[in-house]
Design a binder for this molecule. Sequence first.
Ligand code: DQA
Length: 152
Amino acid sequence: MTKPKILIAHGPNLDLLGTREPAVYGHATLATINDKILKFAPQIAQIIGAPVPDLEFFQTNAEHALLDKISLGYDGILINPGAWTHTSLALADRLRGLAVPYVEVHLSNTANREAIRHVSHTAPYAAGVVFGLGGDSYITGLFGLLLRLKNT
Ligand code: DQA
């Protein structure tokens, strides 16, 4: 298996992590979360006996920019769509149409929040969904994504 190209995509307002509602999203900044993903990736790859992935990190507050980015030929996508999870049929349609394996992650436990956050347009087509573990949702999600890529 060749090195998989993985996009780590963060949707709207995740650039505010660290100062944004810390009681909900914690104190870690996006840079800290990305550093942790980068640090864990080789260890995860080693545990599952897969090549160390090439990771590309991306955050945007513009929906069209996310739609374009996820279409650039990645082998897998780890995505926190933020509020677009609950609102964007366009993102869900595109993820479904691309047929690239993706894992959806959320820092907060969306099942324990307002009813609107219980709805995910993107989850039905995901390889899996991880939520409620703070920044560790990304680490767990990457684990699952790399396993999925290895086994397909
Ligand atoms: C979030 C949950 C969403 O409901 C919210 O709109 C976000 C962040 C999370 O990571 O917990 O922006 O995706």
